[in-house]
Design a protein around this ligand. Structure first.
Ligand code: SF4
Ligand code: SF4
Length: 461
């Protein structure tokens, strides 16, 4: 029996690229590398315009005592600009532009780890992972060294997330299928860092070929147990994954480590492996490119900072037909307004939808009290009730209904036959409660109602 959680939905998987091997993109003419691609403090550029840099060279630094990790050049070339640019997240971010010299020079410091890998200490692993600038590559972008540090001595279970439950995205699937040894190698290093004996690799049932590719490797099956998960969205959500595998719930406001677990994405594990085996820091990633405007959907290995425009062009995209451009999956991804937005460490997919695909907004009707939103919510919330409370400006009620537990998965809106924008209302309530907590000043109710008029169609019941 496949493992799963309560709630969730079954959107059309549209894994069009599941059989498309990863290809290296034509080297970009230039890259725009943001100094903030992680949760924490942004880096400060340590290069200046005119400098010649090598691939893997540090170009952004951060004090040792602050949360965050360094940023590296993803190609060799000349720094031509250091300026604020829109990166599609957090508004404008300081970004270093490097013009490619096509020499592919590797920075002198990039070399395999010299010590005896069998005797690695937790401290050594944390140091190497931090220096390599590795962040959670499933999309969260939390610095991996900090996750390891926070888990040392506190966890008894390590879960490796290969669920990849969002429609369209197949980057993790192809990595597991084509280079399982990098993932397994990274898992072994992370186990060592945490002084654990075994990990669980969670993969959805629609990737059985990937499961076989991993199982075919020579490793102790007691050390890495492969668990096949039911194909369901949002199976890859950390809390859902832990619950599905262990039956344990993470209490509100707590983290996985608080109940003894830590979760790493499969591509993060591969990046950890690279940091030790080749010494190459986090300078590239696999990106799925798909959507109605993309004629040749693909999985591309691209340098961090490559403009999205280059990926679209490589995949024969009719850019004039694009109605919506998304970084990440269609359920939880974020809309991009510019196609020269760069690929960051957290970009798992670029989806280019046609105008008609993007026009999801249909006429809303009154709630028919079918309860589907309730059954679909993986956080076991009452989306309809929160929606109603939010429209009334009743933040107290939103708090009572635990709106902050929403993971913004979109499942409630997806199933609602009345086409009510439940997700936007619940995430709006969550944001409002967070703002109140920060400032301690509740907003005037009427003002909140006015704000919601633009984003939600009032329910008539
Ligand atoms: S309320 Fe939040 S967590 Fe629940 S289904 Fe809707 S978006 Fe997902
Ligand atoms: S909000 Fe939508 S899904 Fe929820 S009970 Fe009403 S009609 Fe059904």
């Amino acid at each position: 029996m496949a493992f799963t959680f309560k709630g969730g939905i079954h959107p059309d998987p549209r894994k069009n690229t599941r059989k498309t091997p990863v290809v290296q993109i034509t080297p970009p003419a230039s890259v725009h590398i943001p100094m903030s691609m992680h949760i924490g403090v942004p880096c400060t550029p340590c290069v200046k315009v005119g400098d010649v840099v090598d691939k893997g060279q540090v170009i952004g630094t951060i004090p040792e005592d602050r949360l965050g990790c360094p940023v590296h050049a993803s190609i060799s070339g000349k720094v031509t600009a250091i300026e604020e640019r829109c990166t599609g997240k957090d508004g404008a971010v300081c970004t270093v532009t490097i013009e490619n010299d096509y020499q592919n020079r590797i920075a002198p410091g990039v070399a395999p780890f010299e010590g005896d890998a069998r005797n690695l200490t937790s401290e050594q692993i944390v140091k190497v992972v931090r220096a390599a600038g590795i962040v959670g590559m499933g999309g969260a972008s939390f610095p991996t060294y900090a996750k390891i540090e926070g888990a040392i001595g506190r966890v008894t279970g390590m879960i490796v997330n290969g669920a990849e439950c969002e429609p369209y995205i197949t980057a993790n699937h192809r990595l597991l299928l084509e280079q399982p040894e990098r993932v397994v190698g990274g898992i072994k290093i992370l186990l060592k860092a945490l002084s654990l004996r075994s990990a669980v690799l969670a993969v959805e049932a629609n990737k059985i070929d990937a499961v076989k590719a991993v199982a075919a490797l020579d490793f102790d099956p007691e050390m890495i147990r492969i668990c096949v998960m039911k194909t369901k969205y949002p199976q890859g959500d950390e809390r859902r994954l832990i619950h599905a595998l262990t039956g344990k719930e993470i209490p509100a406001g707590k983290l996985p480590t608080d109940i003894g677990y830590v979760v790493f994405n499969v591509e993060t594990c591969a990046a950890v492996y690279d940091a030790f085996v080749t010494g190459m820091p986090s300078v590239e990633r696999i990106v799925t490119v798909d959507g109605g405007c993309v004629q040749s959907p693909a999985n591309l290995l691209v340098p961090i900072g490559t403009p999205v425009r280059d990926l679209l062009s490589y995949c024969d995209t009719d850019v004039d037909r694009i109605g919506k451009l998304i970084a990440g999956g269609p359920m939880m991804g974020r809309a991009l307004c510019l196609d020269d937005t760069p690929v960051t460490k957290g970009t798992s997919a670029i989806l280019a939808f046609e105008k008609r695909e993007a026009l999801k907004q249909q006429k809303t009707t009154a709630c028919i009290r079918c309860g589907r939103c309730l059954s679909a919510c993986p956080s076991r919330l009452m989306p309809r009730e929160i929606y109603r409370a939010f429209l009334k400006g009743d933040t107290e009620k939103c708090s009572e209904l635990s709106a902050p537990l929403c993971v913004e998965c979109g499942s409630c809106s997806y199933v609602c036959p009345a086409k009510l924008d439940l997700t936007q209302a619940v995430s709006g309530a969550k944001a409002r409660l967070k703002a109140i907590k920060r400032t301690n000043v509740p907003p005037p109710k009427q003002e909140q109602i006015e704000q919601t008029k633009n984003i939600c169609s009032p329910e008539k019941s």
